[in-house]
Design a binder for this molecule. Structure first.
Ligand code: TRP
Length: 362
């Protein structure tokens, strides 16, 4: 069976290193692997509006930020269809039919939705659109017949619900939809890169992010102020690795070649870690290495971003064409869905002729 990817992000802010190790880097690898016949990456503006109804301008302004981040990390519009969710209205119609296949209780049990309700202070009054977003996400996935959905762990309940909807739909209306599989990040660091302050999560509201669009100066400042080991007061003191940001980031980014290039006294990360825990290695050396490695990784991203920033109309043109392609695919699936549900009245010659026979007999 052909393999198809669909994934996406809500445009509520610029993307940061956590997004990069958690999903973007992988998407580029998957894109270039040749394993997938089609790849769709969606800017989920409509979903972002479900919990930003009072701040649509934030969503509107961040569509371009996310698009620039995609293009700058190497998502290639020649290979990957990048599109804007709201520009594919077929997704709404699918969601409308899928809602009949899901109970309120089923959505109420969704742990990601539960957490978000608390975070957004929606306990008193949940916007109906927000409550339905897991169902709309099932439309996003099934409209493209996605077999593979690369996302973080927090999205697992959405994929599970999508599979249930697919099964329910196919059972009632006949085989039509494709059951997707989740593709989780490879390892723990990729699943959750901590913030520069040592907080478990990199998040805009905590102000502990390194953005893909940060300048070399901002990057340097952020690396130099990273949380390390508060008990490592002198260079000679033995240091601890647990929760030590520069080392966690090195786990995510360093390769043996980096040591030959930037810190040849060590041949790999393990040697550096051993020296640190033994004592005699200062945080400054570790941070300097990390800065060199991050700069090497981010410089080409920054350069590509600068090129696209100079041509914003071209970026919108990429999104327009992507949305047009996505729309054609979603429309084809919607046609199949309508036929399976037998609500394609005007093409249903059997229905028309059997009813006319019935009524002329009387
Ligand atoms: N819920 C996802 C997020 O918050 C965004 C998203 C919307 C998505 N539709 C999707 C992800 C479909 C994967 C597949 O990041």
């Amino acid at each position: 069976m052909e393999k198809i990817i669909l994934t996406g992000d809500r445009p509520t802010g610029k993307l940061h290193l956590g997004h990069y190790v958690g999903s973007l880097r992988r998407r580029v690898e998957l894109q270039n692997s040749g394993e997938f016949s089609k790849i769709f990456v969606m800017i989920a503006d409509a979903q972002a509006l479900t919990d930003n109804a009072d701040n649509p301008e934030k969503v509107r302004q961040n569509v371009i930020e996310v698009a620039l981040d995609y293009l700058s990390v190497g998502i290639d519009p020649e290979k990957t269809t990048i599109f804007i969710q709201s520009q594919v209205p077929e997704l709404c119609e699918l969601a409308f039919y899928y809602m009949n296949l899901v109970s309120v209780a089923r959505v109420q049990r969704n742990p990601t939705v539960k957490t978000e309700i608390k975070m957004r202070n929606f306990e008193q009054s949940i916007p109906l659109g927000f409550f339905c977003y897991p169902v709309s996400q099932a439309s996003d996935i099934t409209a493209f017949k996605a077999t593979t959905v690369p996302v973080g762990e927090d999205q697992a309940p959405m994929i599970e619900l999508t599979r249930e909807i697919v099964n329910r739909f196919n059972h009632i209306y006949g085989p039509t939809l494709v059951e997707p599989e989740i593709l989780l990040p490879e390892n723990a660091i990729c699943r959750r890169l901590p913030g520069t302050d040592g907080n478990a999560k990199m998040s805009k509201s905590l102000g502990n992010c390194i953005y893909l669009s940060d300048s070399p100066k901002e990057l340097k400042k952020k690396v130099n102020s990273m949380y390390t080991d508060p008990e490592h007061l002198t260079i000679d003191a033995p240091g601890h690795l647990e929760g030590n940001c520069p080392f966690i980031y090195l786990d995510a980014f360093s390769r043996d070649e980096h040591f030959a290039k930037y810190l040849p006294a060590y041949s790999n990360l393990q040697e550096l870690k051993d020296h640190y825990t033994r004592g005699g290695l200062g945080d400054g050396t570790v941070k300097k290495l990390l800065l060199n490695i991050l700069e090497e990784e981010l410089a080409p991203i920054r350069e590509r971003r600068a090129r696209y920033e100079k041509n914003i109309p071209q970026v919108y043109e990429i999104l327009r064409q992507g949305s047009q392609q996505a729309r054609a695919t979603a429309a084809a699936t919607l046609d199949e869905v309508r036929s399976a549900m037998r609500i394609n009245y005007f093409n249903d010659t059997d229905l028309i002729s059997s009813q006319s026979a019935l009524y002329t007999k009387r």
